[in-house]
Design a binder for this molecule. Structure first.
Ligand SMILES: [Zn+2]
Ligand SMILES: [Zn+2]
Length: 501
C-alpha cells in the first residue's frame, strides 16, 4: 500500500460501507487559494478511494443560505442594509450575476473544472427549499434543551434563554439573524423579528429559516450520508463545531459522524490569508498564470496537517520543477504525480516549466516558433497542450516573474557588445567556431569552461559576454541549454559578428 497521505486516509475509510466525502465553503467573498485546500484534499481522498475500487461520492456544498456577516471592504456602503440576510437573496454587488453568492461561486466553480475537480454541487438554500431538512429541523426544535446542554457543556458558552437551534427568515426585512422563535407546531414555526417587529410563521419544509451552524453541520451529515469530511483546524478545536457536532450527530440524529480530515492553513508569501484584510489571491486569477498541476502538487505533496506557504512567484517555478522531476518508479512519487495530474493533459507537464519560460521569451510568444524550439529539445506537444502551456508561461512572466528571469533575445547585435574586452571577443569567436547542431546543452556549457581555460579568463566573465551578446544584459538562463534553445546558427552568427567588430 502506498504511503501517500490520501491513500492512507482512503484505506482507513474503506471499512465504512458507503463513502461520501463532503466539502464546503461560504461564498461571502473571493474564494482564495487557502479555501482551495478543502476541495483538493477531498478530491484526492475521493480519487484514492476510486483507485482502491471503492464506490465513492464527492460533494461540494456552497453555504449560500449563510447571512452576510458584515460590511466587507470590497462592498459599497449601502450593503450595510443587507447584513444578516442570506447571501443567495442579496443582489450581486458587481451587478453581473443573479446574486451575491453566485458572483463568488461562479469563478470558483470554473476553477474547479480547471483543477480537474468534479464534485456534485449543492447550494445549501436549495437543500432547505427542497424540504430535505424537515426532519432535522423538527428534531432540533424538539430537542432544543438537550442541544443547548451539549453546546454549553462542550463549548463552555452560555446559551441564552430564548435561544433556538432554528433561525426563521423574517419575511418582512429578510434577515435571518434577528428573529426569535415563539412556538412550533406541525410544519410551522411562529416567530417575532427583533429588527423590524414583524411576527409571522416559517415553513420548515422551505427555505424560510435555517439551523444554526453547529446544528446544521451534523444535520447535513445525516441528510447527505456524509462519511468523510475535510475541514479547517478552526473547526477542530476543543469545544469547536466538530466536537459538538459529533455529539449532536450521535445523540440527536443517531448518525455516526464522518471521519475527520483536519487541514492546516495556506499562507500567502508568509502571511495568513484573509479576504477581509485584502491578503488574498483568488484561485481563478492564479489559474490564469499558474498551471493547475502546480496547485494540485502543492496540496498532494504535503500531509493535510502541514502548514503550507504559497508564493506565485519563484517558488511556484520551483514547485513545478519539483513535480517535473518526480520519478514515477518511486511509489510515493508516482502517487504524488497521480494526484497532481490533470486528466487528459499528460504531455505538457513533461516539458519543464522553466524551459517553457525561456521558450516563450525566445519565440516572443509565437506558437509555431515555440513548437520548433520544443521539438529541437525532444518535446512534442499537441496544439492544445502547446497553447495552454505557452499561455501559462506568458501570463506567469507578466504577472509573477521577478525581473531577473525576464529577457529578450536581441534581434541585432547590441551596442554594449562592441565594448567587450578583446579576449572576451576571442572567447566568443572560439565558442562560435565550435558550436554545432549535435551538441547538447551540457556539452556547450562544458565547452564554454574549456574556452575560458584556454584563454586564461574568468569563466564568469565569459558567461557575461555570452549574455551581453544575446540579451544585452549581464545574466540570463543557464547558458548551455539557452544557446541550444535560441538556435545554434543564430548564436554562431552573432558571436562571429561581435568577434569581428
Ligand atoms: Zn457578478
Ligand atoms: Zn424583520
Amino acid at each position: 500500500m502506498s504511503n501517500h497521505w490520501a491513500d492512507r486516509i482512503a484505506e482507513e475509510c474503506l471499512k465504512k460501507s458507503k463513502k461520501v466525502i463532503a466539502t464546503g465553503i461560504t461564498p461571502s467573498g473571493e474564494i482564495h487559494i487557502g479555501n482551495m485546500r478543502e476541495v483538493l484534499t477531498g478530491d484526492m481522498i475521493y480519487k484514492a478511494l476510486l483507485d482502491l475500487g471503492a464506490e465513492a461520492e464527492f460533494l461540494y456544498i456552497a453555504d449560500t443560505f449563510d447571512p452576510l456577516r458584515r460590511l466587507y471592504p470590497f462592498l459599497p456602503a449601502l450593503y450595510k442594509d443587507y447584513i444578516g440576510q442570506p447571501l443567495y437573496r442579496i443582489p450581486d454587488p458587481f451587478g453581473c450575476h443573479e446574486s451575491y453568492s453566485e458572483h463568488f461561486l461562479d469563478p470558483f466553480l470554473k476553477s474547479l473544472e480547471i483543477l480537474d475537480v468534479h464534485p456534485k454541487i449543492y447550494r445549501s438554500h436549495e437543500l432547505y427549499k427542497k424540504g430535505l431538512y424537515e426532519d432535522a429541523i423538527k428534531r432540533a426544535i424538539e430537542n432544543r434543551d438537550k442541544i443547548a446542554e451539549i453546546l454549553e457543556s462542550k463549548s463552555k458558552r452560555k446559551v441564552s434563554e430564548n435561544w433556538s437551534p432554528y433561525a426563521p427568515l423574517c419575511k418582512n426585512c429578510g434577515r435571518i439573524n434577528s428573529t426569535e422563535v415563539l412556538s412550533f407546531s406541525g410544519h410551522y414555526v411562529q416567530y417575532r423579528c427583533n429588527n423590524c417587529g414583524y411576527e409571522g410563521r416559517s415553513d420548515i419544509r422551505r427555505d424560510e429559516g435555517k439551523l444554526g451552524w453547529r446544528i446544521d453541520w451534523p444535520a447535513r451529515w445525516k441528510i447527505l450520508n456524509v462519511t468523510i469530511e475535510p475541514f479547517g483546524k478552526d473547526h477542530a478545536t476543543v469545544g469547536g463545531s466538530y466536537d459538538t457536532g459529533k455529539i449532536i450527530s450521535r445523540e440527536i440524529y443517531e448518525y455516526e459522524p464522518p471521519y475527520p480530515v483536519i487541514y492546516e492553513w495556506i499562507s500567502l508569501k508568509g502571511h495568513d490569508m484573509s479576504s477581509s484584510k485584502g491578503i488574498t489571491i483568488s484561485i481563478y486569477d492564479v489559474l490564469k498564470s499558474v498551471p493547475p498541476e502546480a496547485l494540485r502538487y502543492l496540496i498532494s505533496s504535503s500531509r493535510p496537517n502541514k502548514h503550507l506557504n504559497f508564493d506565485p512567484g519563484l517558488s511556484t517555478l520551483k514547485l513545478i520543477n519539483d513535480l517535473n522531476m518526480l520519478d514515477e518508479r518511486d511509489p510515493l512519487s508516482s502517487r504524488e504525480l497521480r494526484f497532481s495530474r490533470i486528466e487528459g493533459k499528460t504531455m505538457r507537464i513533461k516539458v519543464p516549466f522553466e524551459h517553457m519560460i525561456n521558450v516563450v521569451q525566445i519565440s516572443k510568444g509565437d506558437l509555431q516558433r515555440s513548437k520548433e524550439i520544443l521539438e529541437r529539445g525532444g518535446y512534442h506537444l499537441d496544439e492544445d497542450e502547446l497553447r495552454e502551456w505557452s499561455e501559462y508561461a506568458i501570463n506567469w512572466l507578466k504577472n509573477y516573474a521577478p525581473e531577473s528571469i525576464k529577457f529578450s533575445v536581441q534581434e541585432s547585435m547590441p551596442k554594449s557588445a562592441l565594448s567587450l574586452d578583446k579576449d572576451l571577443k576571442e572567447g566568443l569567436k572560439r565558442i562560435s567556431e565550435r558550436l554545432s547542431d549535435g551538441l547538447s546543452g551540457e556539452d556547450i556549457h562544458y565547452m564554454i569552461y574549456q574556452v575560458a581555460g584556454e584563454l586564461g579568463i574568468k569563466v564568469s566573465k565569459l558567461f557575461e559576454a555570452v549574455y551581453i551578446a544575446l540579451l544585452d544584459k549581464k545574466s540570463g538562463p543557464r547558458a548551455g541549454l539557452f544557446i541550444q534553445t535560441v538556435g545554434i546558427n543564430f548564436v554562431k552568427k552573432r558571436f562571429k559578428e561581435i568577434a569581428g567588430s
